[in-house]
Design a protein. Structure first.
Length: 443
C-alpha cells in the first residue's frame, strides 16, 4: 500500500511540475513574443551591416575625376565651412583616394558625418551618425527607440525569452515518447493542431542553443545586467579600451568631454598616409586629440572585434607611440568580444551571418506557431493559460533554478517579485480577472 501511495505521489508531483512549467512557458511567451518579433526582424538586418553600409555609400565611392585629389586637410576644411561652429573630431581613412572623404564633426553635441568630394570639395551629403540607417536599426534592436526605458524593456524581454527556451526544452524532453516523430521532425499526417504543436517543439529544440547564445551574448549591451557586469569585472587595464563598443549615451558623453579647441591639421595628410601603411581592418578612423591628450588615435572599428587594433600617433614626431590590441585585454573582455562579434555575425564571415539569420527565422517560427496554437486552443472567456492546480508548490529543484535565474538576471528577479506580489494581493482577489488569467486553482 505504501508503495502505491509513493508512486501516486511521485506521479502527482510530475503533473504539478509539468503544469507549473507549462504556465511559466505560456506567460514567458506572452511577455516576450512581441519583442522577439522585433528583435528577429532587426537582428538579421544588423548582421549585414558592412554590406548594407557599403551599398548605401556606393554613390560616394570611386568617384570619376581627372588629376590628383585635394589634401585631406582641405576636405576637412570644406566640411567645417559647411557647418560653421562645428568641431573636427575625425576622418575615415578610405582605401581609395577617389572615395568621398567621410569627415566626422561635432556640432552642438551631435556627431555629424560629412561626405566631401575629393576634387571639387563640394559637400555631397551629410547625416547625423544617429540617423544613419544601421544606427537606427541598432537603436530599434537595443532600445525600441525609447531610450533607457526601452533598453530595460528589451533586457526584460530577453530574460523572459531565456525562461521560455529553458521551460520549452523541459516540456519537449521525451519521457514516454514512442519514436522520433514529433520529437525531431513534425508529424505531417496528424491534423493541424498536432502539426503546429510539433513545428513549435521541433523548431525550438533545434534553435535553442543558437537562441540562448544570442540572448546571452546580448546581455553586455543591456543597462542593468551590463552595468552590473562592468562593475563586477572592475576597470580595464590602463590604455586598453572596453571589450565592447560604448553605448550611445556613453559615447555622446565622451564626445562632449573631448569637444575642445579645433585640432591642428598641418600634419593630417602625413598621418593619413601613415595609417594607410598600417593596413588596419576597415573601417578605420583617424580621431583628433581630446582636450587633455595631444595624441591622435587611429582606430579600427571592424565588426570582427578580435581583429580590432588602435594606435596612438604623435603628430610632431610622426610616429606611433602606443597601441591597443585585442589580445592585451583582460580574458573576460576577450570572451565578451568574441561573443559580441559572433552575435553581430562578424566573427567567421558569411557562415556566421547565415547562422544568425537561421536563429532569427527559428525564433520567428516559434512566435508564429505559438500564436497559432493559442488561437486554435483558446477557451471562451479565458486567456488560455494552464490553470493552477490545488496546493501547487515549488519543488526543490525548480525553486533552486528559479532562484539562480533571478540572481543571474536581476531584471527578471525584480519582475518575478512584482508579479508575485500583484498576483497574490490583487489579481487572485478579483474573481473574474483570476478566472480569465487561469489563477483560480482547479481540481
Amino acid at each position: 500500500m505504501s508503495d502505491a501511495i509513493r508512486t501516486l505521489t511521485a506521479a502527482m508531483r510530475k503533473v504539478v511540475n509539468y503544469r507549473m512549467i507549462w504556465r511559466w512557458h505560456f506567460y514567458a511567451g506572452l511577455v516576450c513574443i512581441p519583442f522577439i518579433v522585433v528583435l528577429s526582424i532587426t537582428g538579421p538586418i544588423y548582421l549585414f551591416k558592412p554590406q548594407i553600409e557599403a551599398a548605401i555609400d556606393a554613390p560616394y565611392d570611386h568617384l570619376p575625376f581627372d588629376g590628383a585629389p585635394h589634401s585631406v586637410a582641405a576636405m576637412v576644411e570644406a566640411a567645417r565651412a559647411a557647418n560653421p561652429g562645428a568641431v573636427f573630431r575625425g576622418v575615415e581613412v578610405r582605401p581609395d583616394t577617389h572615395d568621398a572623404a567621410r569627415v566626422i564633426l561635432l556640432d552642438k553635441g551631435e556627431k555629424l558625418r560629412v561626405y566631401v568630394h575629393p576634387k571639387t570639395l563640394a559637400v555631397l551629403k551629410q547625416v547625423p551618425e544617429e540617423k544613419r540607417f544601421m544606427a537606427q536599426v541598432k537603436t530599434i534592436h537595443g532600445e525600441l527607440l525609447s531610450g533607457r526605458v526601452g533598453e530595460v524593456i528589451v533586457e526584460l524581454a530577453a530574460c523572459w525569452a531565456i525562461v521560455m527556451i529553458i521551460s520549452g526544452l523541459y516540456l519537449w524532453w521525451p519521457r514516454e515518447a514512442k519514436g522520433l516523430r514529433g520529437l525531431l521532425w513534425p508529424r505531417l499526417d496528424s491534423g493541424r493542431r498536432i502539426f503546429w504543436r510539433d513545428l513549435h517543439a521541433v523548431t525550438g529544440v533545434y534553435i535553442s542553443v543558437f537562441a540562448l547564445f544570442l540572448l546571452l551574448t546580448g546581455l553586455p549591451w543591456t543597462y542593468v545586467w551590463g552595468s552590473a557586469f562592468k562593475a563586477l569585472k572592475g576597470p580595464d587595464r590602463p590604455g586598453v579600451s572596453q571589450g565592447w563598443s560604448l553605448g550611445r549615451h556613453e559615447e555622446h558623453h565622451m564626445m562632449m568631454a573631448q569637444g575642445g579647441a579645433a585640432a591642428p591639421l598641418d600634419r593630417l595628410d602625413d598621418m593619413v598616409a601613415m595609417v594607410r601603411d598600417l593596413h588596419m581592418p576597415p573601417p578605420v578612423t583617424l580621431n583628433a586629440p581630446g582636450k587633455h591628450d595631444p595624441l591622435w588615435m587611429a582606430q579600427s572599428d571592424t565588426g570582427n572585434r578580435p581583429l580590432r587594433v588602435s594606435y596612438k600617433i604623435d603628430p610632431q614626431m610622426m610616429m606611433v607611440v602606443d597601441q591597443e590590441r585585442f589580445r592585451d585585454k583582460k580574458a573576460v573582455d576577450q570572451i565578451v568580444g568574441f561573443g559580441i562579434a559572433a552575435h553581430e555575425g562578424q566573427l567567421f564571415g558569411p557562415l556566421n551571418q547565415a547562422l544568425g539569420v537561421l536563429a532569427a527565422a527559428g525564433l520567428m517560427t516559434l512566435c508564429v506557431s505559438a500564436v497559432v496554437m493559442w488561437w486554435q486552443r483558446r477557451p471562451d472567456g479565458r486567456l488560455g493559460a494552464p490553470a493552477r492546480l490545488p496546493d501547487q508548490r515549488l519543488g526543490l529543484g525548480l525553486g533552486v533554478l528559479i532562484l539562480a535565474l533571478a540572481v543571474f538576471l536581476p531584471v527578471l528577479g525584480i519582475c518575478l517579485i512584482v508579479v508575485g506580489v500583484v498576483e497574490r494581493l490583487v489579481l487572485r482577489r478579483i474573481r473574474p480577472v483570476a478566472q480569465w488569467l487561469g489563477l483560480d486553482a482547479t481540481g
